[in-house]
Design a protein around this ligand. Structure first.
Ligand code: SAM
Ligand code: SF4
Length: 424
């Protein structure tokens, strides 16, 4: 099985290349050395992660060719919106390359009438299809430690939670990644943990170095570690980072993340972007005292940070945390946020999160047809995964990884999505 389609380099300009996927062109950064015009490559997150031989590529492309065009047809059909004057006016503004103002975005978010909401979601999906085609990223995530020095009020693995703690050894993390890349075919992996200093610079560099040699895009999701460590990890081969700012509201941030500071977190995200990392960032929706206005500010801050990927999802209250009594959000509200995000940033790569899935059986699918275009598959070994309980029932199924992959791929195909890279 394969979660990425190889592309051919048809042009090289400075540090980026134009890659052709069956006639569709994407710009990608040249992440590996020794690639030249005419080479076949795999790209993830807008960066070349590995080069493959012409024979190999031709064989894979032959398998993909018919299906690729069929998937495009399905995607195009699903993404045609009906019409509505008001919304079309805003759409036209977006099409003309103009930004929607905050009150316009908020008006969209606050639409209640069923028909209008449906149209909003369809419009967002149509925009996604027009701007980015049917490309969809599939990333794997390995949750390697549930130890954390922080005490975020929303998080089930916070310092104060009485849970079974685990740490995967350096060797186990590398072996899990090797299996994911070599046997399962993943081209992008998220390495996630609490803020756990047990993994010092030396251990992290070893992990990153060995995994990056497999020809895979590594997203670090290790929280607020020093700029020096991030720099070392970048040099060791980690080219991407996932770090949400969580909320742009200073007061809410201070309440829910005691001992940490919004400015410092945002500054670190900006530093990562400036240092060359592909940055995935975003927020949690549904924190206490949050208003719709805050959600729009969150979307706009994500855009302002130059997010290469938007990562946001609902708060799922955990009984182990002080936010146990917080109300669970309605799935449709989250879908509207995805759609509004798409209208706020037509080129956004938007991830559908596990937390969204927790809101209802078909939430992943609904998210993908409300404007999103990336998803993650959990690759953490079950004996550890069951203790990475940010909230109850999170990815609890014992399904082996292959079954989750099969479900995700079937879902993508049913929507006409193909795992080509989304480009930059
Ligand atoms: N410790 C790192 C950090 O905080 O950036 C990475 C791991 S942390 C568990 C990953 C993300 O989980 C956080 O950015 C947060 O938004 C999300 N999260 C934590 N608890 C959650 C909950 N109860 N519901 C939804 N998302 C949650
Ligand atoms: Fe730790 Fe991240 Fe959870 Fe906060 S959200 S307690 S930093 S794991």
């Amino acid at each position: 099985m394969c979660y990425a389609i190889p592309g051919k380099i048809i042009e090289i300009k400075d540090n980026y290349a134009v890659v052709d996927y069956f006639g569709e062109k994407k710009n990608v950064l040249l992440g590996v050395k020794n690639v030249s015009l005419g080479d076949y490559i795999y790209a993830q997150g807008g960066i070349v992660v590995s080069k493959i031989s012409k024979d190999n590529a031709t064989r894979t492309l032959r398998i993909w060719k018919k299906q690729f065009f069929e998937l495009k047809k399905i995607d195009k059909k699903i993404s045609q919106p009906a019409t509505n004057g008001n919304l079309l006016g805003l759409m036209q503004k977006v099409n003309l390359g103009k930004n929607l103002a905050s009150p316009e975005l908020q008006r969209l978010l606050e639409m209640r009438e069923n028909k209008e909401v449906q149209l909003l979601l369809e419009t967002a999906n149509n925009l996604r299809q027009k701007e980015l085609g049917n490309a969809c990223c599939v990333h794997g995530i390995i949750e390697f430690s549930n130890h954390c020095r922080n005490n975020c009020l929303y998080c089930g693995i916070r310092r104060g939670s009485k849970i079974n703690r685990y740490r995967m050894s350096v060797g186990e993390i590398i072996e899990t990644a090797k299996y994911a890349v070599k046997k399962l075919g993943f081209k992008a992996l998220v390495l996630q943990s609490g803020e756990d200093d047990w993994y010092d610079e030396k251990k992290l560099v070893k992990i990153v170095k060995e995994i990056s040699e497999l020809g895979v895009l590594i997203f670090l999701s290790i929280g607020e570690r020093s700029k020096k460590i991030y720099k070392k990890l970048y040099l060791a081969g980690a080219q991407a980072a996932l770090l949400r700012f969580e909320t742009s509201n200073k007061k809410i941030f201070a309440k829910v993340r005691p001992g940490t500071n919004l400015e410092k977190r945002v500054e670190l995200i900006r530093y990562l972007k400036k240092s060359g990392f592909i940055v995935a960032t975003g927020f949690i929706v549904g924190l206490p005292e949050e208003k719709n206005e805050d959600i729009i500010k969150n979307i706009l801050l994500t855009k302002d940070l130059g997010a290469d990927m938007y990562s946001f999802g609902p708060l799922i209250p955990s009984p182990l945390t002080p936010l146990a009594g917080q109300k669970l959000l309605d799935k449709n509200f989250l879908l509207k946020i995805i759609a509004v995000t798409r209208l706020a940033d037509k080129n956004a790569k938007i991830l559908v999160t596990t937390a969204l899935q927790t809101l209802g059986g078909d939430a992943l699918k609904m998210g993908l047809i409300a404007g999103a275009n990336s998803l993650m598959i959990n690759l953490t070994p079950y004996k550890y995964k069951k203790n990475y309980q940010l909230y109850p029932d999170r990815d609890r199924n014992k399904d082996d990884v292959k079954a989750s992959i099969k479900n995700a791929i079937n879902l993508l195909y049913s929507l006409g999505r193909a795992p080509t890279d989304l480009g930059i």
